[in-house]
Design a protein around this ligand. Structure first.
Ligand code: SF4
Length: 252
C-alpha cells in the first residue's frame, strides 16, 4: 500500500533567514521520510506466513508478562496496565491478589485500601474507582464471573476494546488481536498492517495473519515489540525476521 507523496514547493534557501532555512530543512526531512515510507512495501501473504512461522518456531507457547492467579485477577491486571508497564503493574499486584482474588474480596478490601496498594501505577485513582464499579457489576450481573462475551466485557468500567480483546484471547482462548502500543508500532513498521488507529491495525492484522497463528499472534507481536523491535532503537541485529522486514528504520 502506498501513501500519496506530497509535493514540496519551497523558495531557495539562500534567499531566506536562518530560521526560514531551518524550516525548509525540516520540511525536506519530513518529505524524505514520507518518500521512504511510501517505498516500504507490504509483505505478501507468503512473507507474513513465514514471519509467524518463525515466531512460532522460536516460542511455540508464548506467555504474556502480566501476573495473575485466575481470570478475575487477569482482568484486573489488564485494567491496571493501561498506560503502565507490565513490570510496574506486577510489582503492585503480587500483594494485592494475595488478599483480593475475587470481586467479593476486592469490594471487601475497599476503594481506599485498593488505591493505597496500587498507588505506584499511573492513573491509580481512576483505576481504583473503576475496579470497584467493575467488581459490583460482575457480582450483580455475571455471578461474580468474568463474562466470556465481548459486549459484556466492554460494559464493565475501565474495559475498552483492547482490554476485552486481551481477556478474550488469554483467558478464553479466542483468536483476537489486541492492538497495544507495541503491536501498533511493529505492525506499521515491518509493515504487517498499516493504520492510523489501533482499530485499523487490528482489522488489517485480522485479514493477513494465517488462521493457525491467530491465537498467539497478539503475544508474539507484543513480545517482539517490547524486547526486540523497540520504539527508539530496534535491535535489528538480533531480529529473527530482519530479512522479511521492509522498514526504512531497519539497521541491518
Ligand atoms: S529488522 Fe529491525 S525494524 Fe525490522 S522488525 Fe526487526 S527489529 Fe524491527
Amino acid at each position: 500500500m502506498k501513501e500519496p507523496q506530497t509535493p514540496v514547493s519551497v523558495p531557495p534557501e539562500a534567499a531566506l533567514t536562518p530560521i526560514g532555512a531551518a524550516k525548509i530543512r525540516e520540511t525536506k526531512i519530513r518529505a524524505s521520510a514520507k518518500t521512504r515510507k511510501a517505498k516500504a512495501k507490504l509483505p505478501d501473504l507468503a512473507e507474513v506466513a513465514e514471519i509467524f512461522r518463525r515466531f512460532a518456531a522460536a516460542d511455540p507457547h508464548p506467555e504474556g508478562e502480566l501476573y495473575s492467579v485466575n481470570d478475575f485477577t487477569f482482568l484486573i491486571a489488564v485494567v491496571l496496565s493501561a498506560q503502565a508497564t507490565d513490570a510496574g503493574v506486577n510489582k503492585a499486584t503480587k500483594a494485592l491478589f494475595a488478599i483480593a482474588d475475587s470481586p467479593e474480596k476486592m469490594l471487601a478490601l475497599g476503594e481506599d485500601k485498593l488505591r493505597d496498594m496500587i498507588k505506584t501505577i499511573g492513573l491509580y485513582q481512576a483505576k481504583a474507582k473503576n475496579i470497584m464499579a467493575l467488581c459490583a457489576n460482575l457480582i450483580e450481573n455475571y455471578g461474580g464471573q468474568v463474562p466470556h462475551d465481548r459486549e459484556a466485557l466492554q460494559s464493565l468500567a475501565g474495559v475498552g476494546r483492547k482490554t476485552a480483546n486481551v481477556v478474550l484471547n488469554i483467558a478464553f482462548g479466542e483468536p483476537t488481536i489486541a492492538v497495544d502500543t507495541h503491536i501498533f508500532r511493529v505492525s506499521n513498521r515491518i509493515p504487517l498492517a498499516i493504520g492510523k488507529t489501533p482499530l485499523a491495525v487490528e482489522q488489517g492484522l485480522e485479514k493477513i495473519v494465517p488462521p493457525e497463528y491467530k491465537l498467539h499472534a497478539h503475544v508474539w507481536l507484543i513480545l517482539h515489540g517490547r524486547h526486540v523491535c523497540k520504539a527508539r532503537r530496534p535491535e535489528c541485529e538480533r531480529c529473527i525476521i530482519s530479512d522479511l522486514c521492509h522498514s526504512p528504520e531497519k539497521r541491518v
